[in-house]
Design a protein around this ligand. Sequence first.
Ligand SMILES: [Zn+2]
Length: 433
Amino acid sequence: MSFIPPEELKSLEQQIAFQDEKRKALLAYLERHSPFYKRLFAGLQLDPHQSDILDYWCRIPTTDKDDLQNHNFDFLSIPRNEIAEYTSSSGTLGRPVTIALSANDLQRLAYNEYLSFCSMGLEPGQAIQLMLTLDRQFMAGMAYFSGLQKLGAAAIRTGPGLPQMQWETIQRLQPEGIVAVPGFLLKMIHYAQEHSIDLKTCKVNKALVIGESIRDEHLKSNVLAQQITSEWDIKLYGTYASTEMQTAFTECHAGAGGHHHPELIYVELLDDAGDPVAPGMPGEVTVSTFGIEAMPLLRYRTGDICRAYTEPCSCGRKTLRLGPVLGRKKQMIKYKGTTLYPPAVFDLLNTVRVIEEYVVEVDADEAGQDRMILHLCSSVPPEECRRLLYPALQSRLRVVPEMQFHSAEQIHQMQYPAAGRKPQRFMDKRKPV
Ligand SMILES: [Zn+2]
């Protein structure tokens, strides 16, 4: 039986009470050690040690990636000579953001991923192939590695890419699990099919999939996940994490959202005005970290929009769970009274076989309202494509945007506007707020 922290089996009310003390400790720590938050508290004339401090919690301004970018080392709460590792994450303004960790922070990270592997049901003695970067200051690669060490499992550090080498290693060492981006698993499947590798003969039966979502907003497997599991009999476990929050939310076998670990992080889902959203509604994931020494965060807005699930999970844990990232806050589209995000539109278009490629364009009309155009390349005439697409748009998005049809070459030009390496399927022509 895998390890489950005792708090996660208690009621949600008990977990919230357990977190009250942690929140108070975080405020006191920041006031003592964080130049950024010390300044913030002084400006608010807020004493983090006052007994009713949690009553003021909602009035403490949120922080975001721009703050981290602009005041990066003001977030550092330990002396520089106590830093054990410098990791980095891409910044919003072009420059990378440095996230420094103490030796204890690295242990915390290992513990977090140990919990992820436990929730996947991985066991000591098994072997897991890590198909992701372990260098380039990338935090997650090392986090998975150290999590496996803590579990007592064996790591196989193959790194990203190179399907041939990945398959050779799988056949030679027979790992039980893998960690990879889901898009790469599709490439692995295609390589196996082209080279007569029998997917049934390998022992791999679980994959922790990172970076891309494998579920739609109803927690059902999305097209990407279906494409993988229809060809390869493996169980996919999604995870949501970011470098800044140094914490991951990983699914259990129920696949009903990523489990929250109350001892590691406090989660709020906020609306545009900074107020908590109604239960079950999507909101911006806003986190306060527990137990981080070097760069702890308070009410940090991640920019990710998720839904939270609070009913007890069939695995026995009673924690809050986060659904897939529905979109980035900045990409939110308000169209004809409906709020939606590009991934939901992509997911729908991916299921319509006659659509070969697409670009979703959003613009603002004269009244400042969002206008959405689907640029499509279809294998059937426009009228037939419209007829096929209309009911799906109506039922799943509840709106039918304008559709424009183009040749494959025209769509390609739209997807690669500046000789980029990745296709751009979302074109946002609105002015930044
Ligand atoms: Zn569960």
